[in-house]
Design a protein around this ligand. Structure first.
Ligand code: ATP
Ligand code: MG
Length: 438
């Protein structure tokens, strides 16, 4: 559940790991500062001002009215607080406000007289009016006496500093994460058969190590593919000569043997076998010639599909294509063509009426090849991908292929980083599903 809300990329995650603790520390410090230090400071300041005011009131109570101005004058000199007398009419106890509650409660504890506390309109001064004897004592002083200005400085500095920290962290993190992104792209490209020739190990030791391991692994896989293809095409090539010789020898059998009743059938079967073997070798060599050597290019897959299907339409074959989305994708074109031909040929040969569908689902392109034939039973669906595996062991070269079509199709799809699967088609026969990453 909480995973759903976590950011996905390494960059944002690492940034969070840095930012969240710093932010927490700041909140805690700010809290402590406000709760303790700031509170204390305000209390002290409020206490001091309340004390000053109470002191003045008490002094004024004790002196005859004649001397009051001089007491006030002394007080103003000593404290820097402005004091004046006003008529009682200017006192309106309802006008009191809840500014500086700390100060108000402290003052209330110190004097019995009623008072009001106001801020001047510019917010710079605080005005305290006290109903005293038959007069109103008006006291004006700067709010700085009650408010600690360090608060704003504190907040500006902490947040300014964190902003700076965040910027530095972003720059550093970017540089750390770039080599990982590059490695991910190279691995992804290799998976779908696209080359990344300029990939080099970069960055922190661990990332370099992973990159170096990837390069070695990639080389080994490439070498294995090359060895396999070279070896098999070598063998196939070498088999061609003896097979041609066998065919020739069969054709040149002396008449007294080839015309014999019991031999005719044997010779026909041998001829078929030789033809089939030649066919297999031709198919395989065709495939091996392209494999691993073809470069990928960006191409409109929908156009390619339409083009392949139009070949069948020209030959009056029952193939229809439905394009649900247009999609451009990096492909080895002749391999993909070969794969599509293999699968459509199968649909026409073992079923009837072939439907080809192309659509984009998320970050994948899906191609469906449906037919209306008998399909393949579920337990045989893995088996038919094996080389030279055929379900109907026909030796008739008209209906029978060599059993490489699906093997090659799977090879092609995998070399593009995709998957191929056989399913039951809603049309009745087999559905071949191909999913290629975009
Ligand atoms: N659309 C299909 N419907 C029913 N069976 C199928 C279908 N496609 C393939 N098969 C079965 O799977 C087997 C293997 O197919 P695959 O394409 O690999 O070889 P093939 O068609 O026999 O020969 P090739 O394609 O090499 O000429 C086929 O012999 C057939 O029995
Ligand atoms: Mg086939």
């Amino acid at each position: 559940m909480s995973k759903k809300y976590l950011p996905k990329s390494l960059f944002t995650r690492s940034l969070l790991i840095l930012v969240v603790p710093t932010l927490l520390i700041q909140i805690v410090t700010a809290y402590i500062f406000f709760e303790r230090h700031w509170d204390n400071v305000t209390r002290h300041m409020s206490g001091a001002l309340a004390g000053d005011v109470a002191f003045l009131i008490n002094q004024l109570k004790d002196v005859p009215s004649k001397q009051k101005p001089s007491v006030v004058g002394e007080f103003e000199m000593a404290t820097g607080i402005d004091v004046s007398f006003e008529n009682l009419e200017s006192f309106n106890p309802k006008k009191s406000s809840d500014y500086f509650p700390e100060f108000q409660s402290l003052l209330r504890a110190k004097i019995k007289e009623k008072f009001t506390v106001q801020k001047t309109t510019d917010g710079e001064y605080i005005e305290v009016k006290i109903a005293f004897a038959s007069q109103v004592l008006r006291i004006i002083t700067s709010v700085k006496r009650l408010e600690s200005r360090t608060t704003t400085i504190f907040i500006t500095w902490t947040f300014g500093a964190s902003l700076l920290f965040l910027m530095v962290a972003i720059i550093f993190l970017r540089n750390q994460i770039r080599p990982i992104t590059r490695l991910a792209i190279a691995a992804d490209n290799f998976g779908r058969g696209v080359d990344t020739p300029d990939f080099r190990p970069h960055g922190a030791t661990e990332v370099r190590k992973a990159a170096r391991a990837f390069i070695i692994m990639r080389e080994r896989i490439r070498r294995q593919i090359r060895t396999r293809t070279d070896m098999l095409s070598g063998i196939s090539h070498d088999l061609r000569t003896p097979l041609t010789r066998m065919k020739l020898q069969l054709a040149m059998l002396p008449e007294d043997i080839s015309k014999r009743d019991d031999m005719q059938e044997v010779i026909a079967e041998l001829n078929d076998d030789v033809a089939q073997m030649q066919n297999m070798i031709k198919e395989y060599l065709d495939f091996a010639r392209d494999e691993g050597r073809e470069e990928t290019i960006k191409i409109q897959l929908d156009e390619l599909l339409k083009d392949v299907v139009s070949d069948y339409e020209r030959m009056q074959q029952p193939v229809v294509v439905t394009i649900k989305n247009k999609v451009e994708i990096e492909l080895r074109v002749s391999s993909i063509r070969r794969m599509l031909h293999n699968l459509i040929d199968n649909a026409l040969r073992y079923g009837k009426n072939c439907h080809v569908t192309l659509q984009v689902i998320g970050s994948y392109t899906e191609i469906w090849i449906d037919d209306e034939g008998a399909g393949i039973p579920e337990e045989k669906r893995e088996e038919v991908f094996k080389p030279f595996k055929r379900l109907e062991p026909s030796r008739n070269s008209k209906t029978g292929g060599v059993g490489l079509g699906l093997t090659i199709a799977r090879d092609v799809v995998m070399a593009h980083g995709g998957i191929i699967a056989l399913e039951a088609s809603p049309a009745g026969g087999l559905r071949v599903l191909i999913r290629l990453p975009i």
